[in-house]
Design a protein. Structure first.
Length: 259
C-alpha cells in the first residue's frame, strides 16, 4: 500500500530574477523521515488554487515556517515595512488550506509561521518584535551561518498537563529551538494553549473540538527530527494521525466504488 500524502504550502522566492516556488528541505525531510509520508508541494498563488481539489488528494497538511510574516491586514492591523517581509501569495494559499483542512477533519501540523497563520485563520492577532516588550526574551534566530547553531535547542517550554501535546511528548518542561520575532497576541477563541515559554510567550496550541490532530508549535521540531526525542515524537504522532485519516478515506472510497 502506498504511503499517505501530506501537502506543504510553498513560499515565493526571487532568485536571480526568477520567481521560485520554494519550501525549505528540512520540512520535506522531516515529513518523509519523521512522519513516514509522501510530500506534495502546493504552489503559492494569489488566486486559482483549487483548495478542495488539493485536499481531496492528500491525507494531511504540514504548514511550514518562513522568513516572511503574515500580512497584518489579515488580522485587522496596518502593515508597515518593519513588520515584513511579506508573501501575499503564501497567505492566499496557506490560510484557505488551513481553514478547509480544519473543516474537513484533515490532520494538521503548523510550525512557526504556520502557528501564526493558524491563529489568524481562527480570528486571532499577532504581535511583532516581541523582544522589545517588557519581560519578553529575545526569541530571534541567532545571527550565524551555521545552521546547527542557529537551530540549536536552547529554550525551555512548559507543556500543559492534560493537553494534546502532553499526550505526545509528556507534560512539564521540554527543551526546544524556538526562533521568532512574532508571536500570538490575541489568541483565537478556538485555540487552546498547549505550551508556553518561561516569559509567558505562547509556544504551542491545539484546535478546540478539532475532528483530527490539529496542533501548532512556534519552535522547529523539523530540524532535529532524527535526533531529538520530542521532535521525533511530534512528527510520529502527526504521521499516525495522517495514516488514520488515509485509512478512513480510502475505506470510504473503496466502499463507494463497490456500490
Amino acid at each position: 500500500m502506498s504511503k499517505p500524502v501530506v501537502a506543504i504550502p510553498a513560499d515565493i522566492r526571487e532568485i536571480e530574477g526568477n520567481v521560485w516556488q520554494a519550501t525549505p528541505n528540512q520540512y520535506v525531510r522531516a515529513a518523509v523521515k519523521g512522519a513516514d509520508v509522501t510530500v506534495f508541494l502546493v504552489p503559492a498563488l494569489d488566486a486559482d488554487n483549487d483548495f478542495d481539489g488539493i485536499l481531496d488528494r492528500v491525507d494531511g497538511l504540514l504548514v511550514s515556517g518562513s522568513r516572511t510574516n503574515v500580512h497584518p491586514s489579515l488580522y485587522g492591523k496596518e502593515a508597515t515595512e518593519a513588520e515584513g517581509p511579506y508573501d501575499r501569495a503564501r497567505d492566499a494559499t496557506s490560510l484557505p488550506l488551513i481553514k478547509r483542512a480544519l473543516e474537513r477533519g484533515i490532520p494538521l501540523l503548523a510550525i512557526c509561521r504556520g502557528i501564526q497563520e493558524l491563529n489568524v485563520v481562527l480570528g486571532g492577532t499577532l504581535a511583532n518584535e516581541i523582544q522589545e516588550q517588557p519581560g519578553i526574551w529575545d526569541h530571534r534566530k541567532p545571527d550565524t551561518p551555521e545552521l546547527d547553531v542557529a537551530y540549536g535547542i536552547r529554550q525551555k517550554v512548559i507543556v500543559k498537563e492534560g493537553s494534546c501535546l502532553a499526550g505526545v511528548v509528556g507534560a512539564g518542561e521540554i527543551q526546544v529551538n524556538s526562533l521568532h520575532r512574532q508571536a500570538i497576541s490575541d489568541m483565537a477563541p478556538r485555540l487552546a494553549v498547549e505550551a508556553v515559554a518561561e516569559d509567558g510567550t505562547i509556544e504551542a496550541v491545539s484546535v478546540i473540538g478539532a475532528k483530527a490532530f490539529a496542533v501548532g508549535v512556534q519552535w522547529h521540531p523539523e530540524y532535529w527530527v532524527g535526533s531529538d526525542q520530542p521532535s521525533n515524537k511530534l512528527f510520529a504522532a502527526f504521521g499516525e494521525a495522517v495514516r488514520d485519516y488515509a485509512a478512513t478515506r480510502h475505506g470510504i472510497a473503496h466502499r463507494t466504488a463497490a456500490e
